[in-house]
Design a protein around this ligand. Structure first.
Ligand code: SAM
Length: 254
């Protein structure tokens, strides 16, 4: 069962409470804090373009890569509506293969790296990112924290019933292997022509797997592949990561 297949088409509805402009502000603040001038950005796991499109609006040259054809399809359609041109590539970032080197910035926002479920694969991604950046270029990314996957999402059940969309989200977490399995069942209202069929819903299911990376594992790996001046921040603050931070941002310089 593919991750982000049909789910792609309701992803933005489910994320409608996320303030992406604030997210992009924070990314820009992290870049400024490092005194790096950025014009071009390669965004990994760009999804439906929720970070990509605001960055384009702010004047950056940006290319987005994602493994899900469906997520990229949504991103592409949104960019057409916005009259923006996005460069989008369907690729597994573990096998990252991008023509342009000497990049100013590589970015990965909102859990992209939690979907890289082994340290060996994360090592491959970080090594490739290091190769793609120019000397002095910046790598910016964030992950859901080990605390969040273990204590907030892990072994928890969540659900929501909305007018046109309902979902059930059942999670299983194993701290030995640091993996969170998420079973997602969602029910999407079918557009009906007559009242009789007005209450028909289509059910889709997906299983997602995320790894609860620890802050120290990430820092060690960044150092190993050659990054310098590695910094980490908790949530959307320019402050150290706390024990209960749910999101951890990293910056690292080539
Ligand atoms: C939670 S979504 C985040 C999307 C986007 N960054 C955002 O902020 O809305 C995670 C994304 O990671 C992508 N992804 C997961 N594993 C991937 C891989 N190995 N290579 C490329 N993209 C991947 C998924 O397809 C999905 O679009």
């Amino acid at each position: 069962m593919a991750q982000y297949g049909n789910f792609a088409y309701i992803y933005d509805q489910l994320m409608d409470d996320v303030d992406y402009e604030k997210w992009v502000d924070h990314i820009e603040n992290l870049i400024k804090l490092n005194n790096i001038k950025v014009k071009n950005i390669l965004e990994l796991a760009c999804g439906t373009g929720n970070i990509t499109i605001p960055l384009t609006r702010r004047g950056y040259d940006i290319a987005g890569i994602d493994i899900s054809e469906e997520m990229l399809d949504v991103a592409y359609n949104k960019s057409i509506e916005e009259n923006t041109t996005l460069v989008l590539l369907e690729q597994d970032i573990v096998e990252l293969d991008f023509d342009i080197y000497d990049l100013d910035c590589v970015l990965c926002a909102c859990d992209g790296f939690n979907y890289i479920t082994s340290i060996e694969d994360l090592d491959k991604v970080f090594t490739k990112v290091h190769q793609q950046l120019k000397d002095g270029g910046i790598f910016v990314f964030d992950i859901s924290s080990h605390f969040k996957l273990k204590n907030i999402l892990g072994n928890n059940f969540m659900g929501q019933s909305r007018k046109d969309l309902s979902y059930m989200w059942t999670n299983y977490y194993d701290d030995q292997i640091q993996l969170l399995e998420m079973e997602l069942d969602f029910f999407v209202k079918i557009d009906a022509d007559d009242d009789e069929e007005d209450n028909l819903y289509e059910k889709y299911s997906e299983v997602h797997l995320q790894r609860a990376h620890k802050e120290e594992e990430i820092i060690k790996l960044l150092e190993k592949v050659g990054f310098e001046d590695i910094k980490s921040f908790g949530d959307f603050e320019l402050e150290n990561v706390k024990e209960d931070s749910q999101r951890v941002f990293f910056t690292a310089i080539k």
